[in-house]
Design a protein around this ligand. Structure first.
Ligand SMILES: Cc1ncc(COP(=O)(O)O)c(C=O)c1O
Length: 371
């Protein structure tokens, strides 16, 4: 595969913002163009093919997650929606608590805080200690119902050892929910190995897809504990048999998809995932890790930069955040963006997030753009 053909980004750009919104591969552009042409000239004449593609996307997601069954995959709007389905699907008792970290992206904090009206307590744990997994586990008590955590923190890029948390949850009958948006598509993920009950990730970051289509994994047992709060023709068993007057909620994760699917985004995301799966997620991770090592080395050599992110290999994914010793981060962000270094201002610093395909010379040019 020729990566330059697959990612024909404008050569003026140094695109280091995959932790925010990623550019699409060429094949995704072509898939969207084809789908748009088909809609314009044929309407939904070939709807059966669209359904096949939707099925293929579920299978692609299953592979990326190493889920047991594609029936455990729902396609929802975004990470926030999936998290809300968990939060508002469970039946809470006053005094129940949820354990999260104190670095979570607002989606994985606000939804739990919103349950305060039901008497639910949110416990935030610092990840700054020597053993963050042990600190999270230490915050659990007999009223903890769920641990909800990002696999990789959005600002610092800190990666958690999910298998430790998942094993603990399993042994103690606590639900384990993972916001995987900052790792799915960047490194291998295995819902079975980490004993996850729920995993959610929108498609527009490391998965290289469009915004507004997310994968929501639920294990069958965890799913059965959730009340469904959105109803329609699509989320029932025998969906499509419109003349039936009796219905039951689908046993599969399709129960979380109330109506017509987002077919346009399904075509786009499936094309993007086909690229990641073709390269192989182990290889994607190897190349990304190489890029991150290179980026860290270059930042370390810069006379005015302090790296905020951890540099420990097993604790990082695709995010490196840093500060300038003399320039305020907001000013530095403006300077970099004017020089076409596409990055983000997060966690009090500048966040660079290359992907596996990012050429080293793009990283060099970005570093050279830092005063
Ligand atoms: C950790 C994390 N969760 C969630 C989101 C976005 O959530 P959503 O898919 O609901 O837009 C982001 C986006 O930056 C994120 O970094």
């Amino acid at each position: 595969m020729n990566l330059a053909d697959e990612f024909p980004l404008d050569p003026a750009l140094c695109y280091l913002n995959h932790a925010a919104v990623a550019p699409w591969p060429k094949r995704t552009e072509l898939a969207v163009n084809r789908f748009s042409h088909e809609n314009t000239h044929w309407g939904a004449t070939h709807y059966r093919n669209w359904l096949l593609l939707e099925k293929q996307l579920r299978e692609q997601c299953r592979m990326l997650l190493n889920a047991d069954d594609s029936n455990d995959i729902a396609l929802v709007k975004n990470t926030s929606e999936g998290l809300s389905m968990v939060a508002y699907g469970l039946t809470w008792r006053a005094g129940d608590n949820v354990v999260i970290s104190d670095e979570e992206f607002p989606s994985n904090r606000i939804v739990w805080e919103s349950l305060r009206t039901k008497g639910v307590v949110v416990k935030e744990v610092s990840l700054k200690g020597l053993n963050p997994e042990a600190d999270i586990i230490a915050a659990v008590d007999h009223q903890t119902r769920l641990i909800s955590i990002s696999s990789v923190q959005y600002a610092s890029g800190f990666r958690l050892h999910l298998e430790i948390l998942g094993a603990f949850c399993q042994q103690n009958a606590i639900l384990f929910c993972v916001d995987a948006i900052q790792s799915l598509g960047a490194l291998p993920f295995d819902v079975q190995q980490i004993h996850a009950d729920f995993v959610i990730a929108d498609g527009h970051k490391w998965l290289l897809g469009p915004e507004g289509l997310a994968v929501f994994y639920s294990s069958p047992t965890a799913r059965s504990q959730l009340e469904v709060n959105e109803y329609g023709w699509h989320m029932i068993e025998h969906a499509g048999d419109y003349s039936r007057k009796t219905w039951t909620v689908a046993p599969s994760a399709q129960r979380f998809e109330c109506g017509s699917p987002n077919m346009l985004s399904i075509h786009a995301l499936s094309a993007s995932l086909s690229l990641l799966l073709e390269v192989g997620i182990e290889q994607v991770h190897r190349q990304l890790d190489e890029n991150i090592s290179y980026l860290i080395k270059k930042l370390q050599a810069h006379p005015h930069i302090d790296i905020i992110s951890t540099q420990q290999r097993e604790r990082r994914a695709g995010i490196v955040t840093f500060k300038h010793r003399t320039l305020d981060s907001n000013n530095l962000y403006q300077v970099l963006m004017t020089k076409h270094v596409i990055c983000a201002h997060r966690g009090g610093g500048i966040r660079f997030s290359p992907h596996f395909y990012t050429p080293k010379n793009v990283i060099d040019r970005a570093i050279n753009a830092i005063p």
